[in-house]
Design a protein around this ligand. Structure first.
Ligand SMILES: [Zn+2]
Length: 460
């Protein structure tokens, strides 16, 4: 459990709310930049080391290539050497977890396709830190990077492909977070992952997401960190305190009935992945990360994809972290000098302190998610009669440390939640004189330490 984290502002405003006797009193702004996170989280984020991240990225680049079709048994060069090194790193973290973390090699044979002329064994490295609260341990969050790399020709598995930014940086985030979180007890379960086959067509993440779905695994949030190594654009502009977070609004798996409902009453900015992104902005922008989370409201960049997509296709909630502006001379390029310009994805172009800050944003999000209750399930908005009040209902949460719930709302045109009302430990609440026609409304759960869940968006 973390220490109490209801901020002074929230407390003061809750008092005002009680004195005013009206649910209409405005509480804290959703965007609370510069606030200090709970002490337990602060101390965890302090342990995230840019030096470790640098060592991981340099080591991964040293394998020459990590192409998915490269050697799997050469101890020094190729994806097999990288696979074994990552596995060993996760094992070292697990050894300090008091048995809570287990590490697996998840291997499968990928049949031939456009980017793999022959069948290939693909291996994901999966470190699972089991949650310690029985009511939350089956709730899972995933953080992933891809350890395969490529050069200009996606089929060339012998060329040098150091892949420092794409995506040793993302793997380094998974490794570093596994290291600092393994020693901590969290309510829910976190999976730290490094997948392969991303460049060949998202093979590893697709297999993992399919297996998880088939097993009925309750993944309530997935982050891929892909290209999180540089804060410098191709024009030389530096933006070292910003990370982009891509999230979809309308769920990939939306059904025709859900589409019809959305066309009737809106909600295109309120899918679960977008709620997750808002959550990351709330908990990830603070004095311990020093970062600005730039929310991008699209599933991924133009012409590009990433390992979040297979999770979305399985109906999971997922989003993608990436650096503020990419330099295309440093990605998917043969290592070479042309007209005095160095091409290639080399460690010299990585800003290790930047990647450490991205890791802290991920760490803040994962820790907060895993310590908080789950989002209220079966959230409904009463639409049975014409009224200018707004009534929400939801199922009771299962956690023993649950304190209660908060209803949040915002102008329908506003990007982030603007108002919060603590409503106590109830499963039905009416906000008088707030018309659901005019605003977007949601509900979230809060535990006794003040850890908040992501928002559930109610439907009629
Ligand atoms: Zn990538």
């Amino acid at each position: 459990m973390s220490r109490a984290r209801l901020g002074a502002l929230t407390c003061a405003l809750a008092l005002v709310l009680a004195l005013a006797g009206t649910a209409q009193a405005k509480t804290r702004a959703a965007e609370d930049r510069g606030h200090a996170p709970p002490r337990e989280l602060r101390s965890m984020l302090r342990e995230v080391s840019a030096r470790n991240i640098e060592a991981s990225i340099r080591k991964l680049a040293s394998f020459g290539t990590r192409h998915t079709l490269s050697s799997q048994d050469d101890p020094n060069r190729g994806i097999g050497a990288a696979r074994d090194w990552i596995f060993d790193q996760f094992q070292q973290s697990a050894a300090k977890s008091d048995g809570r973390m287990t590490v697996q090699k998840q291997s499968f044979v990928q049949p031939p396709g456009p980017r793999n002329p022959t069948p290939v064994i693909v291996t994901n490295l999966v470190a699972t830190l089991r949650g310690t609260q029985p009511e939350s341990a089956n709730r899972v969050y995933v953080v992933s990077g891809h350890y395969d790399s490529r050069c200009t020709d996606v089929l060339n598995f012998t060329c040098d492909a150091p892949g420092a930014d794409d995506d040793a940086s993302g793997v380094a985030v998974s490794l570093e977070l596994a290291r600092v979180m393994a020693t901590r007890k969290l309510d829910a379960t976190i999976v730290f992952m490094a997948v392969a086959g991303e460049e060949q067509n998202l093979f590893g993440s697709t297999f993992f997401a399919q297996q998880a779905k088939a097993a009925g695994t309750d993944i309530e949030g997935m982050f891929t960190n892909d290209i999180v190594g540089s804060s410098t654009s191709d024009t030389g502009r530096r933006d070292p305190f910003t990370v982009r977070l891509f999230s979809e609004g309308v769920p990939t798996t939306e059904t025709p009935a859900q589409t019809a409902l959305r066309q009737s009453i809106g909600g295109e900015n309120d899918g679960p992945s977008r709620q997750l992104a808002r959550y990351v902005k709330e908990v990830g922008e603070n004095s311990a990360t020093g970062m600005h989370v730039r929310l991008i409201w699209r599933r991924d960049r133009f012409l590009r994809g990433g390992d979040q997509l297979p999770f979305l296709q399985q109906g999971y909630t997922a989003a993608r972290f990436t650096e503020p502006a990419e330099n295309f001379a440093h990605q998917h390029q043969d290592v070479r000098v042309e007209n005095g310009v160095q091409f290639g994805d080399l460690p010299e172009f990585v800003d290790f302190n930047y990647t450490a800050r991205v890791a802290r944003v991920n760490g803040a999000a994962l820790w907060s998610l895993a310590m908080a209750p789950t989002s209220p399930k079966n959230a409904r908005i009463d639409a049975t009669q014409l009224t200018n009040d707004t009534t929400l209902t939801w199922n009771a949460n299962p956690e023993p440390d649950l304190a209660g719930y908060e209803i949040v709302w915002r102008e329908s045109t506003a990007p982030l939640w603007e108002h919060t009302i603590p409503v106590g430990n109830v499963t039905r609440f009416t906000i008088k004189d707030l018309s659901k026609d005019n605003v977007q409304v949601g509900v979230r759960a809060v535990d006794r330490d003040g850890n908040r869940s992501p928002v559930s968006y109610p439907t009629p």
